[in-house]
Design a protein around this ligand. Sequence first.
Ligand SMILES: [Zn+2]
Length: 423
Amino acid sequence: MFDLATVYVMLRDSRKLAAACKYAEIAVREAENAKSAGTFGVGGLLIGNDGKIYKIIRNTVIQGNSVHDPTAHVERQLVDWYFSKKREKKTKNLLLPPANKTTIITSLDPCMMCSGAILAGGFNVIHISQDSQTGTSCRGVGDFSTLPDGLEQRARETFSAFGVVGNRLFNGPPDSIFSGDEIDSKLDRRSVRAFSSSLKKIKGIINNHHGQSPDKLTDPKTLARSSRIFRLLKKYNSKVFSDGYLVDFDKPGINLGQILVEKAKESHEKSGVFNSACLIDPFGNVLLSEAGAEDASPIRAPFLELVRKYHRLLLEAGAEGSKHLAHLKYCKTVTMLGPGRDPKSLMEVGCFGSCIEGKLPKGEQMQYVIPQQGQDDLQNMLNNLPPLYSDVMRLKDAIHQVKDVQLQQFCTSKATLFASGRT
Ligand SMILES: [Zn+2]
């Protein structure tokens, strides 16, 4: 016979198990749907801390066997969805609670891009399965040593992992709405299967699409002005192929500064952040230059806008484009601001990882003009990231400050003017 107190605890625990399993089941089902659709098998949802479901989403990085959007991970999408809905004044029946009163439930431990986005947006998050290559807690649930110091503490306050019956206990802050909750081990197994069975193929597609090495490509600048690809590139950037938009690929100089400053001014007007990003192809053509859209969502940083736009361009250019346009790993991106130790910087570095998902050729593919931390600190931060970023991609070799001193000085002086308001 059980006494009443024991029966109460058993009933309460079974109700909690049922509630946790209900939400986890939705995330896992979406992960399985994503896998069936031919992309990474990851799914998730956003709920209010009162349990109300606001949005269910699956990974959509790959669509129709092509890279649709390398940033279309579940958590990053949910963060952008939340802020876009918040801006819609007409959404009367969808009064969203503040981000810190919501929880993202995801089938897989968030990658660096998504953790950066979650931390920048101020959300709580709970995951089901571990990811040994890119997961924030790849060294063990509750271990956030992959993150820079300040963020490690914030993750301890907002990141959780479901307990899994017979496997592990709940891990997370005591005020998590799922504090102490365990889910059925079948859910974890289904989630792991959905992700791992899709992994190798999808990583291969991402790392090799538009896979021609630059020596097999023809400079798009030499194309007839009437050709489809030439016109397409002009549509994406009306100034492409003009004198100011041709730079030294290995050592971009001051004319790149003009381009970056123009876009950084746009960002500054919209959100007060003097930052921008541009993309240089292996022939030295500045194909794209982007401002941020942080007025729409705080995680729409210039680098993410740039990456999404370039992949839209590649998709639109199709097979014909692959004769002239290179995979991102053969291009160079240059941002005004280098990676700091803040959530958005982590998100940008992680985003680059999500675009490559494998080995990088030799080169400094991700350059910046104005450092936000010393090179040694940056190298330590990059070396500490999960294995995909630190061991496979060796990001410490790929992320460097631009070499041209004039370019550095020009941009720094402009940034100082904007920071002081003297413009
Ligand atoms: Zn992610």
